[in-house]
Design a protein around this ligand. Structure first.
Ligand code: SER
Length: 336
């Protein structure tokens, strides 16, 4: 009999590491992890790691023949800064990789005769504000507004959301009877901040980088202007958002894609928060024109009213608690 598992792609990344902890250790699920990197330091019996790529079709075919995959948390992606250096590779990973996994989910659901849940983290990068005046005039955007991404990553995420919607609602719509049931659910995250891992390849990374540098006693030159404002969220809230959306009864969901957020602040306010706990921190501003342009195209805040109403979303860590109770104590421990 095939072993029933939840598949996590991009498992060695920032979200993946936090999610595994919750799913494997606290929920005691059988987990199949897939990543280009090895998963260091994890040896639980309910986690099987496969080192490989989501672009490797034959590898995915092998997984389908060996496991019964009941849920997919598809986290693997090239983030926004990295994707600008190799847009074609980003497209291959972020779009074609997602398509492969949706196909895998379709096959699994047909074989099982029951739905496969597909949980997908999208991003505020799918928004594109044309200029700073428009960004200021529309500070909190709804899901359907300003869907004009300016980065390869943003384009990829927006299209992947649409593919998910297609596979879950309209797949092979002209066939007599479509046997496929994919329960696709996506979240648009703001910039995520973890106390335990440092991000790489993103453009909202200046926030977490500032904080980790301060905790290590290293100077940091922030690559955006002090007034640059976007939304952020603590990693534990991102994990509960993913899990709570996954658990929500389908009948209450009015969308396939939901904004979720926690707090919004400028780079200078971020610096002030860091200084409260690390008064010696040496943080300066040296804006990088091109990365600045990307962050300027992202909205100041995103409206998560639909997630709050449909499945009871509410972040646990607002700005003050995020720094005082989650980030600062854990980061201090990490670099002690
Ligand atoms: N935080 C990611 C980045 O900056 C976007 O979701 O690329």
């Amino acid at each position: 009999m095939r072993k029933k598992v939840s598949l996590i792609t991009g498992a060695a990344g920032e979200i993946g590491q936090a999610l595994i902890q919750e799913l494997a250790e606290n929920e005691k699920k059988n987990i199949l992890t897939l990543d280009l990197q090895p998963m260091n330091g994890r040896s639980q019996t309910n986690i099987t790691h496969i080192e490989g790529s989501i672009t490797d079709k034959s590898l995915l075919d092998r997984l389908v023949s060996e496991y019964e995959i009941e849920a997919i948390y598809h986290l693997a992606a090239l983030l926004s800064t990295r994707a600008e250096y190799s847009p074609a590779t980003a497209h291959t990973v972020n779009v074609e990789g997602t398509l492969h996994l949706l196909e895998l989910a379709a096959q699994q659901s047909e074989w099982r005769g029951s739905p496969v849940q597909f949980i997908f983290p999208s991003s505020k990068a799918i928004y594109g504000m044309p200029d700073l005046a428009t960004k200021a005039a529309h500070p909190r955007v709804r899901e359907w507004e300003w869907n004009y991404p300016t980065t390869m990553y943003g384009c990829n995420k927006l299209y992947a959301e649409m593919l998910g919607n297609y596979y879950s609602r309209h797949y092979k719509q002209l066939a007599e009877k479509s046997p496929v049931m994919i329960d696709f659910r996506a979240l648009r995250f703001p910039g995520l901040i973890s106390a335990h891992t440092v991000p790489s390849g993103g453009t909202s990374d200046y926030g977490p980088e500032m904080l980790h540098a301060a905790a290590k006693g290293e100077p940091y030159a922030c690559f955006v202007r002090p007034d640059t404002t976007i939304a952020f969220m603590a990693m534990p809230d991102a994990i509960s958002a993913l899990l709570n959306l996954a658990r929500a009864p389908q009948t209450g969901l009015t969308r396939t894609v939901y904004n979720v957020t926690s707090f919004s602040l400028s780079a200078e306010d971020f610096r002030q928060q860091v200084l409260k706990s690390f008064p010696e921190a040496r943080i300066t501003f040296e804006p990088h024109a091109k990365r600045q342009q990307i962050v300027d195209s992202w909205p100041m805040d995103i409206d998560d009213g639909a997630a709050r109403k449909d499945w009871g979303w509410a972040p646990e860590f607002g700005l003050e608690r995020c720094f005082a109770e989650y980030l600062v104590p854990n980061i201090r421990k990490r670099y002690q």
